[in-house]
Design a protein around this ligand. Structure first.
Ligand code: GLC
Length: 714
């Protein structure tokens, strides 16, 4: 390891301030700020551009190599630039959205997607990705649920680990590996009202039980960087929050890597009302331990004077610079500033067939069959398929965070059917910005076809950053259009392309089948066809609850009980936890999903009903495939702690097992329950298990009521 401290000592304070600043494309003559919502124009001092530490949002082997070469010629200390970007679920080969991939319940697949993303990104000149997003999803109105791994603590942590391991491997300097930056620390997902950037309030109990585990899993997996979040948390914006970054992240969790602000989040401390001016914003961010300022220039413009005025110490800046240099050293950039950037490898690997095939397989596994009256899988000898709706012949398969992906690399649902089958396919959008006439055109096609597929959903820019919705119904006239098609009295299959749970009770009631495809990525529509035609039996399970109505948001399965729990879903008991004008349970619960067969669950059997300290209990259940096709069931283990020093969730996912059973086959699925599973952040005894009764559910989703019970005592 070279003497990085010595390099720091050689640097002037201005050099140091440049090193802890990150420029975006505009610093290099590119006008690519649009996707980062930057409405600031910063003056870019030539010294700063010549000596800046890292770049956001520039990729392409040739471009990166040219910029790096020039930088090494002009920078005072020949410190290599670090190129970072948002490779959230694929570089050019775009995988399904993280929310979609979380529905596979297969962290191994997510790891594969991250490995492929890293390889394509690395040969295209990138060194680090701003992923995984570890924020817990709580409210479908929040546009960024599309980037999360859903509402469950346990799954969220498993996926966070899988992403980091996929991107970084065992040695981030090795070929085709890139550094991982987990984000957004912390609790960004509970923005008030589901409105992005809004304030968040959470007790330390709630933070430690629900929100922290996934961030910590990414830290424990070795993520090199952590990004702050835009929100204020309990009155203190994350980007200036010493408790979060100095006490929890660094001291308690031992994180020794680099912290970066979110984009312009430091200067935004002024808008939060947490800093009077840029100088105070810079001071508060440095004091919180934010090493790199993304895009805004408060560090470059104010740190020197803050040191001169005794409000900061140069030692604080030296620490930040040192951590950035360590990350560059760990990436091997001092030895090889170009790392894997290689135009030839770029051509060979980016969007290559094996990557596309992986994207297709993962897309198939991400889809969730929400309803099926038997109309699916489609008969391959169907005469004529009518593909109707805004997504019938659309390439909009990429969510709003597919920054390097291109729709031109996707095929439409109609093209996929024509590619895969000889079935006659006709299509009509039905809705073209409220032109009623196009609806009747679609109706005619529906009347003359024996299969009707409604391809509906959200525009990709209706989810993702800043795209929060106050109503989560199908947008525009799609419900009206669907109603018109349903009125024909024929069997209708609905395929949904969307970035959040939607409130679709009418679709759920009247469609013959509903397939949730999410934004399925570059190979998405080939995967949709594979599922609709039965070449792949759907096995995805929801990782975020689907509400009946937006008024139920936030709605999630691992909620607390109440002093007056509803006795049933029909809220027959007036004075109970309910809505008087609708359901208090979700339309589709966490963990829910159908396959092309059916599974029967036996009773939950426990090896014993008393558990002492350090003992375990075996819980088992016989699962039988009672349908007519092979299928894969995701068997889920939930626990409920019936009484504690703090209220406990009515369900907590503690394990799952995917079992593939042939027609008629049955299997005993077993889960070992240990004391570790019972622990929580108690009031008196820290992270511990408390005595008392626990319920054990082995179920197909979080709504199942059958359980067995044991008592833990010591
Ligand atoms: C954005 C996002 C963050 C992203 C960063 C860089 O504003 O909040 O997730 O990584 O800026 O693009």
């Amino acid at each position: 390891m070279r003497d990085l401290r010595n390099i720091v000592e050689q640097m002037s304070i201005k050099d140091k301030m440049a090193e802890i600043t990150q420029l975006c494309g505009s610093g290099y003559g590119e006008d690519e700020n649009v996707f980062m919502g930057i409405d600031y124009q910063f003056e870019l001092a030539q010294h700063m551009v010549d000596n800046v530490g890292s770049v956001l949002g520039i990729s392409g082997a040739g471009r990166v190599k040219a910029i790096q070469k020039k930088h090494l010629e002009t920078s005072a200390h020949k410190i290599p630039l670090l190129f970072m970007h948002d490779i959230i679920h694929g570089y050019k080969t775009i995988f399904p959205s993280p929310l979609a991939m979380s529905c596979t319940w297969q962290p191994g697949l997510v790891k594969v997607s991250a490995e492929i993303a890293a390889k394509e990104a690395a040969v295209s000149g990138l060194h680090l990705t701003f992923s995984p997003m570890c924020d817990l999803a709580r409210d479908a109105r929040w546009g960024r649920v599309v980037e999360t791994s859903g509402e469950d603590v346990y799954l969220n942590a498993l996926y966070a680990k899988a992403y980091v391991e996929g991107y970084q491997g065992n040695d981030v300097s090795s070929r085709y590996k890139i550094a991982s930056c987990l984000k957004h620390f912390a609790a960004y997902g509970i923005a008030e009202g589901g409105r992005d950037y809004h304030t968040t309030e959470a007790s330390e109990y709630s933070l430690r039980e629900y929100h922290f585990p996934a961030y910590k899993a990414a830290v424990d997996a070795g993520a090199k960087m952590v990004m702050t979040s835009f929100n204020a948390l309990n009155g203190i914006p994350s980007t200036g929050n010493q408790w979060l970054f100095q006490d929890v992240l660094r001291k308690e969790w031992g994180f020794a890597g680099t912290v970066i602000s979110d984009c312009t989040a430091i200067v935004e401390l002024i808008h939060h009302g947490f800093a009077a001016d840029e100088a105070e914003a810079a001071k508060k961010a440095i004091d919180a331990g934010v090493d790199i300022e993304m895009v805004s220039n408060t560090y470059y413009n104010h740190v020197q004077r803050l040191i001169e005025n005794g409000k900061l110490t140069e030692a604080q800046i030296d620490e930040a610079v040192y951590r950035v240099l360590v990350m560059k050293e760990e990436l091997g950039l001092f030895d090889n500033p170009y790392k894997d950037a290689d135009e030839g490898l770029e051509k060979q690997y980016v969007l290559c067939d094996s990557h596309r095939q992986a994207a297709r397989e993962i897309a198939r596994e991400s889809m969730v069959l929400l309803k099926n009256d038997g109309v699916l899988p489609l008969e391959k000898n169907a005469e004529k398929i009518a593909l109707l709706g805004p997504f019938a012949d659309s390439r909009q398969m990429l969510d709003s965070w597919s920054v390097c992906g291109e729709e031109k690399d996707c095929i439409t649902l109609k093209e996929a059917f024509l590619e895969k089958t000889d079935i006659k396919c006709v299509s009509a959008p039905g809705i073209m910005k409220y032109e009623e006439t196009r609806i009747e055109e679609a109706v005619k096609l529906a009347e003359s076809s024996d299969v009707i597929i409604l391809a509906l959903g959200e525009d990709p820019l209706m989810s993702g950053e800043s795209n929060s919705r106050m109503d989560i119904a199908l947008p525009g006239y799609q419900e009206l259009f669907a109603e018109r098609i349903f009125s024909l009295g024929k069997s209708v299959i609905v395929v949904l392309y969307n970035g959040r749970p939607l409130a679709i009770p009418n679709i759920a009631k009247k469609a013959s089948a509903v397939l949730e495809a999410w934004f399925p990525g570059t190979e998405g529509n080939r995967a949709v066809c594979d599922v609709l035609l039965g070449d792949h039996s759907p096995g995805g399970r929801l990782t975020m609850s689907f509400p009946y109505a937006v008024g139920q948001c936030p709605i999630y399965y691992d909620r607390y009980s109440s002093g007056r729990p509803a006795k049933d879903v029909y809220h027959s008991d007036r004075f109970s936890l309910r809505y008087m004008d609708g359901q208090s349970v979700p339309l589709y619960p966490f963990g829910y999903g159908l396959t092309y067969t059916q599974f029967k669950y036996g009773d939950v059997i426990l090896s014993k009903h008393l558990m002492k300290k350090n003992e375990t209990i075996m819980a088992s259940c016989v699962i039988k495939n009672v349908g007519e096709r092979q299928g894969t069931e995701t068997v889920q283990l939930y626990l409920r702690d019936m009484a504690g020093s703090l209220v406990r969730p009515i369900r907590m996912l503690k394990g799952f097992e995917r079992v593939t059973l042939k027609e008629g086959e049955e299997r005993e699925v077993r889960f070992m329950i240990g004391e570790e599973m019972l622990k929580f952040h108690t009031l008196e005894t820290g992270f511990a298990a408390e005595q008392g009764k626990f319920r054990v559910y082995i179920a197909r989703d979080a709504s199942v009521e059958e359980y067995a019970e044991f008592e833990f005592f010591y």
